[in-house]
Design a protein around this ligand. Structure first.
Ligand SMILES: Cc1cc2nc3c(=O)[nH]c(=O)nc-3n(C[C@H](O)[C@H](O)[C@H](O)COP(=O)(O)O)c2cc1C
Length: 278
């Protein structure tokens, strides 16, 4: 394990450094939107989901089937799919339900390392002798604007720590040797689940890594890429026999303080909880 080392971003430009003469120097839609979409203690649970659903039949049906229906159009039936056959052909590709009930034991650190590598690790491929590299997910411009952090017991000490995954050396950089159960319970709105998850991967966006090129569109790219990493982690977890649940319900500011990031140039996007299913 490397010595305690905090991976402070070395690249923290402000948006106005990238403005051209014909752009107004105030406001930043991506930063404003991102801030407005954060979960804080006060905003979480304010949604009146049930009331809305009860009062609107169209909304109720739409959210129940999760698909757009166009029944007035001609239909072309597809050949039926055999779930049994698909399961045998590609077991990890058939989604099993999200797991929220984890066995207490930690996940083996070797496998955690493989899971990180298989979801966002770096490898030289197709371009030998070049500093350019590839990752398991596609990335607009190959700029990879995400950073993964891991909360897990990786030392066998019985204590969970917080680590930053530095992809190029495939190492965990120890941000905090210990994150207490109390601190974990403070992280989100389902404290028992957060504290019980054997491993939590925090996916953060370091937005200017691609926004210098793609500007506002780069923010969209970062969100798309986070989805791809979540899916990759889900598939890896399933192939390892782990339970997995993507988890949004963490308080952004608490996560950001924990990761020692500023919440603007680098900010929390989503988490993935991993563990052996109970
Ligand atoms: C972006 C995202 C965020 C999620 N956040 C949470 C969460 O905060 N808490 C939770 O219990 N489940 C969370 N889930 C899991 C969904 O509730 C779950 O995927 C959905 O209900 C479908 O069920 P299944 O995954 O079991 O098929 C999240 C899923 C996604 C994709």
């Amino acid at each position: 394990m490397p010595d305690a080392q905090i991976n402070l971003p070395v690249f923290t430009p402000r948006y106005w450094e990238f403005l051209t003469d014909d752009e107004p120097p105030e406001g930043d839609l991506a930063e404003d939107y991102h801030e407005a979409s954060k979960f804080y203690r006060g905003t979480m649970g304010r949604a009146v989901t049930r009331q809305r659903l009860e009062s609107d039949e169209v909304l109720r049906r739409s959210s129940a089937i999760g698909a757009r229906e166009l029944p007035h159009l001609p239909r072309l039936p597809l050949a039926p799919v055999d779930p049994e056959h698909e399961q045998q052909a590609a077991p990890a590709l058939i989604r099993r339900p999200s797991c929220r009930d984890f066995a207490p034991q930690p996940l083996p650190v070797e496998q955690l390392g493989r899971a990180l590598w298989l979801s966002y690790g770096a490898y030289q491929d197709r371009i030998p002798d070049s500093p350019a590299h590839r990752r398991p997910v596609a990335s607009g411009g190959g700029l990879y604007p995400l950073e993964l952090y891991l909360v897990a017991d990786v030392t066998g000490s019985g204590r969970k720590g917080l680590y930053h995954y530095y992809v190029h050396d495939h190492v965990l950089e120890e941000v905090r040797a210990e994150v207490t159960t109390e601190e974990l319970r403070e992280l989100g709105a389902q404290p028992d689940l957060v504290a019980a998850a054997p491993a939590i991967v925090l996916i953060n966006g370091l937005f200017w890594r691609n926004r210098f090129k793609y500007r506002l569109r780069g923010y969209r790219f970062a969100l798309l890429e986070a989805g791809a990493v979540i899916q990759q982690l889900t598939l890896v977890a399933q192939s390892f026999g782990w339970g997995v649940v993507p988890f949004a319900g963490l308080y952004d500011d608490v996560v950001e303080r924990l990761c020692e990031i500023d919440g603007v140039d680098e900010s929390f996007l989503n988490a993935v909880f991993l563990g052996l299913p109970e």
